[in-house]
Ligand binder design. Structure first.
Ligand code: ZN
Length: 138
């Protein structure tokens, strides 16, 4: 894996949290995006080389809604950038990690993403993400 790509934070109200994080970080979000397949609305902040993703649920029973019910607002996942998500998933699977989606899916911010279950990573939901070139966007 190349680096931490971003840290995802589950929030109840994206608009209110955008204000909080704009004030905290001193920058406005550079992007807001709804990911229908995940039932989330997201916004992204950039501070130097680091990115923060805020996630609000758009459904009653989506992954973020469930997380908020169980744990409340807070850090939801850590995302790592990879060059070849398919190869990395197969490596992690062989090592015994529990993969949540073995077929990478289109995530926010023009990425192919897959998740590793927190039960195999000491309680941290891990996201792998591979940048998708705009012409092969799916
Ligand atoms: Zn993410």
């Amino acid at each position: 894996m190349k680096k931490v790509e971003h840290i995802g934070i589950a929030v109840k109200n994206l608009e209110a949290s955008n204000l909080v994080y704009s004030t905290l970080l001193g920058v406005a979000p550079y992007k807001e995006e709804e990911v229908l397949s995940e039932g989330v609305k997201t916004s992204f902040f950039k501070t130097g080389p680091n990115k923060i993703e805020l996630l609000e649920s758009t459904t009653e029973d989506g992954p973020i809604a469930k997380f908020l019910d169980k744990k409340g607002e807070g850090i939801h996942h850590i995302a790592f950038a990879v060059d070849d998500i398919v190869a990395e998933l197969s490596r992690l699977k062989k090592e015994g990690f529990v993969i949540l989606n073995e077929v990478p899916k289109k995530g926010a911010d023009n990425k192919l993403v897959a998740f590793v279950h927190p039960k195999s990573t000491n309680g941290v939901l891990v996201e792998l993400c591979q940048e998708v070139a705009p012409e092969e966007k799916r």
